[in-house]
Ligand binder design. Structure first.
Ligand code: NAD
Ligand code: ZN
Length: 345
């Protein structure tokens, strides 16, 4: 079968032919129906510092997936052939202090599917049964594959009340775009989006942003203040990982407001904590991964409600993996929303 593999500790990846794997104890084999590229896959492709320290080539890439179970390994009881599944990426230990407190999303021994083991950019893939999430049969495979990143967006947007609340989203990359549609579906208004890329500001509008700001041309704080009659936003959701966006967002948040941070900053960030957070009595959340499994229920229900506007976010669909390099390069250049592959039969 064809698979996108990180073959060498260097930039790029290769499309290789490998044997269809056999599911071991506690595993299932799936036929991949759809699989989407995550920012993490891009880091592995680019072979950045993090990837160099973590990835052990050769390894099949990818972890966002929708597939059909075609073989069940020994000891797997709750899945059978024909089930449609997606996969939670974090493989948790169940034994550490965090897990024992039901905080599986911050398990201290987390292994990551497609990062610490072979992934799903292939026609067939192995999924650990404990990480499988059953999908309704009528859910579009491309939506089902997006559930994992949607979980990040849902945990960010729904970390506090949002219905009827003014909201600023900084960064409209794939995750910020998912955040916009979750915020709109959850009744946020107005949803104001700050994003420097023209392409992504247009996408943000299509997905449902009420206002878009180019932070390189206008001051997002001033724009937010004029839209909110000087009050500032109730909710600030950081999806960019840009230190400047963090500072602007904190300034644009109303005293007593809520801040949820998903974007990862490339370096330590210096902030006026006293005036931007403490004296404003802001409620600040760090967001990582997804709650197991509450967030998956929320994501699945949101998709089935029909209220999410996912189609404009899926900007690129590829049949087969032949053009994977084009897909990665477009994503690197910031010219995509989500990219989905549909393996050929
Ligand atoms: P991305 O890099 O594609 O998107 C970031 C966007 O922010 C880009 O569109 C960029 O143009 C925009 N941006 C840059 N500077 C800005 C500024 N000053 N103001 C506003 N926007 C600005 O990344 P993504 O895949 O959408 O992921 C978003 C962030 O979430 C990344 O930092 C990623 O590392 C992080 N992330 C965190 C988790 C977690 O569990 N905490 C999980 C996945 C991703
Ligand atoms: Zn644990």
């Amino acid at each position: 079968m064809p698979a996108i593999m990180k073959t060498k500790p260097a930039y790029g990846a290769e499309l290789v032919e490998v044997d269809v794997p056999k599911p071991g104890p506690g595993e299932v084999l799936i036929r991949v129906l759809a699989t989407s590229i995550c920012g993490t896959d891009l880091h592995i492709y680019e072979w950045n510092e993090w990837a160099q320290s973590r990835i052990k080539p050769p390894q099949i890439m990818g972890h966002e997936v929708a597939g059909e179970v075609i073989e069940v390994g020994p000891g797997v009881e709750d899945l059978q052939e024909g089930d449609y599944i997606s996969a939670e990426t974090h493989i948790v230990c169940g034994k550490c202090y965090a897990c024992k407190h039901n905080r599986y999303h911050v398990c201290q021994n987390t292994k990551i599917f497609g990062v610490d083991m072979d992934g799903v950019f292939a026609t067939y893939a192995i999924v650990p049964a404990q990480n499988a999430w059953k999908n309704p049969k009528d859910m579009k495979p491309e939506y089902a594959s997006l559930q994992e990143p949607l979980g990040n967006a849902v945990d960010t947007v729904l970390a506090g009340p949002i219905a009827g609340r003014s909201t600023l989203i900084t960064g409209a990359g794939p995750l910020g775009l998912l955040g916009i549609t979750v915020a709109k579906a959850s009744g946020a208004y107005p949803v104001i989006v700050s994003e420097p890329s023209d392409f992504r500001r247009k996408l943000a509008k299509k997905v449902g942003a009420d206002y878009v700001i180019n932070p390189f041309e206008e001051d997002p704080v001033e724009v937010v203040m004029s839209i909110t009659d000087g009050a500032g936003v109730e909710v600030f959701l950081e999806f960019s990982g840009a230190p400047k966006a963090l500072e602007q967002g904190l300034k644009a948040t109303t005293p007593g407001g809520r801040v949820s941070l998903l974007g990862l900053f490339p370096r330590d960030v210096t902030l006026d904590f006293n005036n931007l957070i403490i004296f404003k009595a802001l409620e600040v959340h760090g967001i990582t991964g997804r709650h197991l499994w509450e967030t998956w229920y929320t994501v699945s229900s949101l998709i089935q409600s029909g209220k999410l506007n996912l189609d404009p976010i899926i900007t690129h669909k590829y049949k087969g993996f032949d053009k994977f390099e084009e897909a990665f390069e477009l994503m690197r250049a910031g010219k995509t929303g989500k990219v989905v592959f549909f393996p050929k039969e």
